[in-house]
Design a protein around this ligand. Structure first.
Ligand code: NAD
Ligand code: TYD
Length: 355
């Protein structure tokens, strides 16, 4: 079996669902169920003995030790993190704790467990750390895309905390020989994406007739990848990645935010027309994010060359599936928009007068 952390979040829950749809290898899913974790994402696994859900904190060393000793996983796939840049600006402490201390705790627990395994299990063990392209910093308009050897230049508390965790993972391999793998992925989108991030926020706001808040001029560029393609890349790296290596994962789909928002609006116009007029009328430019990275772009050729991975979805097919999913899961959307969600929306957007 494998131990997954953060498997009730956006990418983690997609990973667990896809994993168990493809294999009978069981998953122990350790997740603290912060605001971003949602057991409802895993509802289809209720009663499935292949999925053991444990609510707990990755910083809890005794708990992690116990789970490793009890379940004897052959791999740890580490998603758990605080993941939202805007929240890291308002409150960086939780990012240092979960992303840095939590990764440290997992590495130490994994090192102890791995060190005590018999030789064949020891050889087969893997610690896969899921990270982000944001650790590389920001690109100029014509700079080449990030390769795995691009210097680390994180600019936000979020990306700095992920960069720190990547360095720990690297050091635990170099110093202790822990069999680690790291993936650095671009922006994901797809089902179960919490509506604090750009694409789901725009879908749910548009459907509610609320303003669509575009930071600054909306010309910041991100490289968007459909979440299930990311999950496939992780499965490949886990199965055949070279120990100690990092692999960039991206969608070959760089687009400015404003274009993404317009595309979401156009799909909604087609799938659920608003009698009041085109959804793009709701686009509102608001004050920019402090320290906003201008452009991310991933060069994913290493992953293709070594492991044969390429994304299966184009942006056009992936965004259509995503908008459809949100239209078909309005009950999920309503339930995640709790009081805590509304408090966050007030905190992040109230001070951003229309720009
Ligand atoms: P998410 O915020 O949707 O989910 C994070 C999950 O981790 C939640 O279920 C939460 O409850 C859990 N968690 C948080 N703190 C925890 C703790 N202390 N102990 C145990 N569980 C805890 O995040 P996501 O978008 O699914 O991202 C998953 C991983 O992928 C993160 O490491 C993130 O840095 C990385 N990543 C995300 C993206 C993206 O576009 N979303 C892109 C590249 C990399
Ligand atoms: P986000 O989904 O928060 O991901 P990240 O900051 O990790 O790339 O944001 C994606 C882009 O969209 C980023 O450039 C910020 C921008 N953005 C807006 O313009 N408005 C919003 O309300 C949000 C949440 C993001």
């Amino acid at each position: 079996m494998i131990l997954v952390t953060g498997g009730a979040g956006f990418i983690g829950s997609n990973f667990v669902l896809d994993w168990l749809a493809r294999s009978d290898e069981a998953v122990v899913n350790l997740d603290a169920l912060t605001y971003a974790g949602n057991r409802e994402n895993l509802a289809s696994l209720e009663g499935d003995a292949r999925h053991v859900f444990v609510q707990g904190d990755i910083c809890d060393r005794a708990l992690v030790d116990r789970l490793l000793a009890e379940h004897r996983p052959r791999a740890v796939v580490h998603f758990a993190a605080e993941s939202h840049v805007d929240r890291s600006i308002h409150g960086p402490g939780a990012f240092m704790r979960t992303n840095v201390e939590g990764t440290f705790t997992l590495l130490e627990a994994a090192r102890g467990y791995w060190g005590g395994l018999p030789a064949t299990e020891k050889d087969a063990f893997r610690f896969l750390h899921v990270s982000t392209d944001e650790v590389y910093g920001s690109l100029g308009p014509i700079d080449p895309a990030f390769t795995e050897s691009h210097p680390y230049e994180p600019n936000s508390p979020y990306s700095a905390s992920k960069a720190a965790s990547d360095h720990l993972v690297r050091a635990w391999h170099h110093t202790y020989g822990l069999p680690v793998l790291t993936t650095n992925c671009s922006n994901n989108y797809g089902p179960y994406h919490f509506p604090e991030k750009l694409i789901p926020l725009m879908i749910v706001n548009a459907l509610a007739g609320k303003p669509l808040p575009v930071y600054g001029d909306g010309q910041q560029v991100r490289d968007w990848l459909y979440v299930k393609d990311h999950c496939a890349a992780i499965r490949e790296v886990l199965a055949r990645g070279r120990l100690g290596e990092t692999y960039n994962v991206g969608g070959w789909n760089e687009r400015p935010n404003l274009e993404i928002v317009r595309q979401v609006c156009a799909l909604l116009d087609e799938m659920k027309p608003d009698p009041a007029g085109p959804y793009a009328r709701l686009i509102t430019h608001v004050a920019d994010r402090p320290g906003h990275d201008r452009r991310y772009a991933i060069d994913a050729r290493k992953l293709e060359r070594e492991l044969g991975w390429r994304p299966a979805e184009t942006f056009e097919t992936g965004i259509r599936k995503t908008v459809r999913w949100y239209l078909d899961h309005q009950d999920w959307v309503a339930r995640v928009q709790s009081g805590a969600y509304r408090a966050w929306v007030d905190q992040n957007y109230a001070g951003r007068a229309a720009a």
